[in-house]
Design a protein around this ligand. Sequence first.
Ligand code: SME
Length: 154
Amino acid sequence: MKNEYTTLLSQCESIISQEDKALETLLTEICTLLQKEVKHYDWVGFYFADHMAQTLHLKAFAGIPTDHTEIPFGKGICGQVAVSNENFIVEDVTAQDNYIACDIQVKSEIVIPLFVDKINVGQIDIDSNIKNAFSQEDATFLEQLNARIADILF
Ligand code: SME
């Protein structure tokens, strides 16, 4: 992993080790850090699943506020990941039929599921205003971040 991501991962670990703060606050601090530090991360958010209702709910984010605070399973990139349990990297959002646009500036997107005891409980969703912005390196970094969040916070 690039040095930048190794450093960010340990900064995120410090954030989530603050035991006195609420989950939402800690996740918002992570979103803010990532959005500020990584050039191609323009919007960063965490959605969590309500498995009974089959919906995703926005818990924390940094970037432009979105109307899509609740997303049904199967809808959009996020909703597809809720069902597939797989990472999803979208090089060009205009080429996706099942896509929910939050901001017309967005060109590419990455969604990485967050597993707690092997159950897909949510996801980190990142939008970029640059086309084809995300690589396997981003996926590895975000998988590791989600694993730390699952270990420490759940
Ligand atoms: N583009 C996402 C919706 C969430 S916004 O990116 C904040 C999707 O298609 O699921």
